[in-house]
Design a protein around this ligand. Structure first.
Ligand code: CTP
Length: 424
């Protein structure tokens, strides 16, 4: 999800840099927009370096199309349509007044008028300016319009006075943004139980059987789901990527541990996505001390592990959506199709791990989505985060469809059927 971070001209402008970083840690893309006054306090370069994007500084290119400015007469509309939230921190008394009055004389104030995304304001100013009836009236007007105000804190102010007016803490503002996005996301109200990574089945305290899964696909799903407002429970086996912030995390090693963690949370989950590469077999015996060369059995005895997804499918709650993943090396679609049916899933994500740019370790994937009605949707090579969004799009679509009234059901009779007239 993308947010615009508006920075107005106040001493607290430097704190917006920390906010930009916090929002990014929360998985958001941040487009910084600075007012001319803000640039007196912090340079756009600081924000450009932090956000990895050019900073929008003014409405029209000041220097005849200066490439450094992303400004154009229509760009505010593009940004306004592209963002999922607008957060302004710090918001000065002057900016608050302009927003309340609908004045649009620079990029930030124009963006506020042009966007339908939720807006969050974190004011910061001198205590007398904060308490002035003009400011209070303006804030009230904005609050009545649905703007969320993150109230400033009391304390020592840069002007030397003490009182209300200090910019709220970065975490408080960030949480207000996450909350606003959660309410706006299309997975709001859903709890997604996602597994990621690989399981490890111990042979002895030093050795294990495992596979090449990196955990990137499951982690991308967790990140994408959280950005879209879902509550995410991530059960992660070993992985080469860090889990995203803002999810409930359960770390596991073996298939049995993964099964238990999934079991613990499955009742609260409205969607279950088993992206983990789970071992199908484990050693029949795990030695408690390191196996010595002389004592290693010539043939390793393996026993099957629990089929976690299969177990969930058998006890599936009404309305719960189950997604499986099939990493295959041959007969990809046929194998995936039979697993979809055998496990009774709502969606199967198949990929051929032998294809370059797909499967283990790489950041991209090439998948086909298989649906129970026989539909197959091939998705071209794209980043695992984008693939994650496609999978979630499919689930959101299923929810939308099942909420629609059935059109193929016979229309109810206009008059009450009499016993004699009832068709048998
Ligand atoms: N899975 C599971 N528990 C297991 C093995 C697999 O929950 N013990 C899940 C995987 O996370 C995946 C789906 O089942 O979502 C398909 O996994 P896969 O290993 O491809 O299928 P299997 O049913 O194990 O069939 P096979 O290994 O024979 O291809």
């Amino acid at each position: 999800m993308r947010v615009a971070l508006g920075v107005a001209g106040g001493i607290a402008a430097y704190k917006a840099a920390e906010l930009a970083r916090r929002l990014q840690e929360g998985g958001l893309e941040v487009q910084v927009v600075m007012t001319a006054a803000a640039r007196q306090f912090v340079t756009p370069l600081t924000f450009a370096a932090l956000s990895g994007r050019k900073v929008i500084t003014e409405m029209f290119a000041e220097h005849g199309g200066d490439e450094a400015n992303l400004s154009s007469a229509i760009e505010h509309v593009a940004v306004a349509q592209d963002i999922h939230a607008l957060v302004i921190a710090p918001a000065t008394a002057n900016l608050v007044a302009k927003l309340a009055g609908g004045i649009a004389d620079d990029f930030l104030t124009t963006l506020y008028l042009a966007t339908r995304a939720p807006t969050i304001l974190a004011p910061a100013m001198n205590v007398n300016m904060w308490e002035h009836p003009a400011t209070q009236r303006n804030l009230q007007t904005l609050a009545e319009r649905g703007v969320r105000i993150v109230e400033p804190e009391e304390g020592y102010l840069a002007c030397g006075m003490t009182g209300a007016g200090r910019l709220a803490g970065v975490e408080t503002i960030a949480q207000a943004v996450f909350q606003a996005l959660g309410a706006a996301g299309d997975l709001a109200g859903e709890t997604l139980l996602i597994t990621a990574g690989r399981t490890e089945e111990a042979l002895d305290p030093c050795r294990f059987l495992s596979n090449r899964s990196s955990g990137k696909m499951g982690t991308a799903l967790a990140e994408a789901a959280r950005r879209r407002g879902g509550q995410v429970i991530l059960v992660s086996g070993q992985a080469s990527v860090e889990p995203p912030a803002g999810v409930t995390l359960e770390r596991v090693r073996s298939t049995e541990e993964m099964a238990q963690a999934v079991e613990k949370h499955v009742q609260e989950a409205t969607m279950v996505l088993m992206a983990a590469a789970v071992a199908d077999f484990r050693p029949a015996h795990t030695a408690t001390t390191k196996l010595k060369r002389a004592s290693v059995p010539p043939a390793l005895k393996l026993v099957p592990t629990r089929d976690i997804l299969g177990e969930i499918a058998r006890g599936k709650k009404p309305g719960q959506l189950l997604v499986g993943f099939a990493a295959e090396t041959e007969n990809v679609l046929a194998n995936a199709e039979s697993k979809l049916r055998a496990k009774g899933l709502d969606l199967m994500v198949a990929n051929d791990v032998t294809q370059p740019g797909a499967g283990f370790e790489v950041d991209t994937n090439i998948v086909t989505l298989l649906f129970p009605d026989g539909r197959q949707v091939a998705i071209e090579k794209m980043s695992k985060l984008d693939v994650a969004h496609r999978i979630l799009d499919a689930l959101v679509e299923m929810r939308r469809k099942s909420a629609e009234p059935k059109t193929d059901a016979p229309a109810p009779p206009r008059t009450k059927l009499k016993r004699a007239g009832k068709s048998r």
